[in-house]
Design a protein around this ligand. Structure first.
Ligand SMILES: [Zn+2]
Length: 482
């Protein structure tokens, strides 16, 4: 009993109280449970965002209440505050959406996360059954979307579920938040999905009589916080891989078009970081696409991969999208590096004409696709753009990428409904149960390094790279543009 001095006293008398100020900050509370907090060096310096769900309902939220009167918001808060305390002891930096019983609007929680820029986000909840006291009780961990679009969240969720299983008999599962909220998923995970790995833990059912009693027990709440703590420690020990993309040419950062280059044949290198003490990654897990079309790469060092994107980059917007696993098997987030190649007069028409011709032939379809996707990036909002999407569909079919073909078919029907092309396939496409995601998923934008940044002023000085590229697109051949 001596081991849990303050928390036990609080809970003994105050399980049913609203809990305000009881847990404000960690004042007085000292974790003295079985976990040695000084044995988790990999948590040091990590930025962890903790979101104890709900709050401030003042006992009026009768749904989120167990048979013994324990409320979900109260259990969430107590687990969150204990976890905050444990993590801080290891040297982690922690941000909390609330440290007392108050209502914090979801949008405010989301802004707080964006401001904090966490390495990982954990939202703490408990589940409830509408039928009440029906004996249903199991843990679950929600991730945004799916394992395919949030592989790193899935990794963390699986570890957390294992830790939940150690304190609860039931196994439970990792589930997509789209299984709960079909269209958008949970707002907190959805709107932070490009920030960092994120999970929403449901540590059992407060509606279950037995579990509600546990949730009113200080020692149990410490063990639940311990499950989150151990999961986070294991997750960071195994490493959260990250990467940056490097261009071998000057890059203009300012203005509307950030990451703008005028070199059409730059060297593009992805530098991967394993996130733990073992360098290198599982090379076979590195998947790279340029504008949605897979591209090859050449390993030039343990952590460097040079992209093989073809003979040149076409004018217009581009996006490199990639993910990989480290040697320990942990996934990076889906990472994205957007950039633009300077656009000159007539580029769009040239790319459309040439691209349409090339996608028609299997051998050149990939090249044609790159051209058409570049052309599309210049005219997304143009009603005529529907004309470009249709050959893009055929291009993806030609290279055997049926998922992308079907994604662009849906895009054609949804975004260019009045185009002749859309009308032809409308009935067929709408008749098929389509999924708007994961096609719409963009991924987290990674840092792009260029060998030189170019300012607006420099860019407009005659004789610089931009002027040269302008001349090039005015009809000069590359060799003569100098
Ligand atoms: Zn909840």
């Amino acid at each position: 009993m001596v081991r849990y001095p303050l928390i036990r006293t609080i809970l003994a008398g105050a399980v049913l109280a609203a809990g305000a100020s009881l847990f404000s900050g960690c004042g007085g509370y000292e974790y003295a449970g079985p976990i040695s907090l000084d044995r988790h060096p990999w948590l040091k310096g990590k930025k962890i965002f903790i979101d104890p769900g709900h709050g401030g309902a003042g006992g009026t939220d009768l749904f989120r209440q167990g048979p013994n009167g324990i409320t979900e918001e109260e259990a969430n808060l107590k687990v969150g505050v204990i976890l905050e305390h444990m993590l801080k002891k290891t040297g982690a930096t922690v941000a909390m959406t609330r440290t007392r019983d108050k209502d914090v609007p979801l949008d405010e929680r989301i802004s707080m996360a964006h401001e904090f820029g966490p390495d990982v986000l954990v939202s703490i909840h408990h589940n409830g059954s509408a039928r009440r006291a029906d004996g249903v009780n199991y843990p679950s961990v929600l991730i945004w979307g799916s394992r395919e679009v949030k592989p790193e969240s899935y990794d963390l969720a699986s570890i957390l579920l294992e830790e939940f299983h150690k304190i609860m008999d039931e196994r439970g599962s990792v589930i997509s938040d789209h299984a709960v909220f079909h269209e958008t998923g949970t707002r907190i995970l959805n709107r932070t999905s490009q920030l960092c790995p994120g999970v929403l833990g449901e540590g059992g059912f407060f509606s279950d009589e037995k579990h509600a009693l546990r949730l009113a027990d200080a020692q149990y709440l410490e063990s639940e916080a311990g499950a989150y703590f151990t999961a986070l420690s294991r997750y960071f020990q195994w490493g959260v891989p990250d990467a940056e993309v490097m261009f071998s040419c000057p890059m203009r950062r300012a203005g509307l078009l950030s990451n703008e280059i005028s070199d059409t044949k730059p060297g593009i290198t992805i530098r991967v970081m394993s996130g733990n003490e073992y360098p290198g990654i599982k090379e076979e897990t590195l998947k790279v696409t340029l504008d949605g079309v897979s591209v090859g790469f050449k390993k030039i060092a343990d952590d460097m991969f040079l992209l093989k994107y073809g003979d040149e980059l076409y004018p217009g917007g581009h996006s490199i999208r990639f993910s990989f696993r480290n040697q320990r098997g942990q996934s990076s987030m889906i990472l994205r590096a957007p950039f633009t190649v300077s656009i000159g007069a007539g580029d769009r028409d040239r790319l459309v004409a040439e691209g349409r011709r090339l996608v028609g032939r299997k051998k050149t379809a990939r090249k044609g696709l790159h051209m058409l996707l570049s052309a599309l990036s210049m005219s997304q909002t143009d009603p005529e753009a529907g004309k470009i999407v249709s050959p893009i569909v055929s291009g993806f079919r030609a290279i055997g990428d049926t998922a992308s073909a079907s994604y662009y078919e849906q895009a054609l029907v949804h975004f260019y409904p009045d185009s002749v092309e859309a009308k032809k396939i409308r009935t067929r496409v709408l008749g098929r149960s389509g999924c708007r995601f994961p096609g719409d998923f963009n991924g987290r934008i990674v840092k792009i390094k260029a060998d030189k940044a170019v300012s607006d002023k420099e860019r407009n000085t005659p004789g610089n790279a931009f002027q040269r590229i302008k001349k090039f697109f005015n009809g000069h051949k590359p060799g003569q543009a100098q």
